[in-house]
Design a protein around this ligand. Structure first.
Ligand SMILES: Nc1ncnc2c1ncn2[C@@H]1O[C@H](COP(=O)(O)OP(=O)(O)O)[C@@H](O)[C@H]1O
Ligand SMILES: [Mg+2]
Length: 296
């Protein structure tokens, strides 16, 4: 559905996005994740045809972003990082304005219901909380019934309940057949929502794949967390492990290999094992491993 090939964006001499490639399949949630300044927003602005790429190509449903920007805008919805709303309008007026601009007959009331705005749509936007504004902005992005929805940090700055609510809506939109590209710097959110993701670092893709596969690749060398009944440092070093408080963190190849080695060394040191746990890598561990710090 969406192919991105060697997409590059320079601002003057500064290369914000340097040759990024990925593909997004129909009806999936594709995450662009990475630290602040990685180039996430710049990429989606190019896809939303708001910024022109310096070089490289991208196409959405077979339409090139350079050649068919008008046609692309008709079939996509875009939630910018900082959506603009008009405080003096009511929610309904705001949505109707955009429905008219798009010349769409998509049912505004249905949209208001879907985003849980029934009680609020008659009120002035100026009275809305941050969470309500964001829900209205998402409704606005849906006003042309888009096949592709681009969400730039949709839950940033929302309280936990509103954020969870919005994540549920994103899943529902995917299940209703839309394709979604979302930027986020919250790893747990990416893990929960995304079918596929690209981890971006300093304008380049550092890793991509399914969250499970990225985590599995990370866990090729993983760790067992052991508590012994002794503080013996020679036991720790015989296991090539590190001590973290009571826990001894042992790098292992497999659980079998690791537990055998731990048992053997514990026996030699006449130590008792009080507990053993596996440490499962999170997407955040993957993220920290593949990205460098971009901001001092
Ligand atoms: N219009 C612009 N002019 C100059 N530099 C920009 C502009 N927009 C973004 N940048 C820079 O490009 C880099 C990537 O920005 P951005 O795509 O917003 O990152 P992210 O969304 O991942 O936080 C940052 O260093 C940012 O300062
Ligand atoms: Mg951004």
């Amino acid at each position: 559905m969406i192919t991105v090939e060697n997409l590059t964006k320079k601002f003057g001499d500064f290369e914000a996005v340097g040759g990024v490639s990925f593909t997004v399949k129909d009806h999936e949630i594709f995450g662009i994740v990475g630290p602040n300044g990685a180039g996430k927003s710049t990429i989606v602005k190019m896809l939303a045809t708001i910024l022109k790429p310096t070089s490289g190509k991208a196409s959405i449903l077979g339409m090139d972003i350079n050649e068919k920007p008008q046609e692309i805008r008709k079939i996509i919805g875009y939630l910018p990082e900082e959506p603009r709303v008009y405080d003096y309008m009511s929610g309904n007026e705001y949505l109707e304005l955009f429905a008219q601009l798009y010349d769409t007959n998509y049912d505004i009331r249905e949209l208001v219901r879907f985003m849980g705005l029934e009680k609020h749509a008659g009120r002035k936007i100026g009275e809305y909380s941050k969470g309500l504004r964001q829900r209205l902005s998402v409704a606005r992005a849906l006003v042309n019934d888009p096949k592709l929805l681009i969400l730039d940090e949709p839950t940033m700055g929302l309280d936990p309940a509103s954020a969870r609510d919005l994540r549920e809506k994103v899943l529902q939109m995917r299940d209703a057949g839309r394709t979604i590209i979302m930027c986020t710097h919250y790893m747990e959110e990416a893990d929960f929502l995304c079918d596929e993701l690209a981890i971006l670092d300093s304008g380049a893709v550092a890793a991509k794949g399914k969250p499970e596969d990225l985590k599995a690749a990370m866990s090729k060398t993983f760790f067992l967390k052991v508590v012994f009944d002794t503080e013996s440092e020679s036991l720790v070093s015989s296991l090539k492990a590190k001590r973290k408080g009571r826990n001894v963190i042992v790098p292992v190849k497999t659980i079998q290999e690791g537990t055998e080695r731990i048992l053997e060394q514990a026996k030699k040191a006449k130590a008792k094992i009080l507990s053993i746990d596996t440490i499962t890598p999170t997407l955040e561990d993957v993220f920290v491993k593949v990205t460098r710090k971009v901001e001092p």
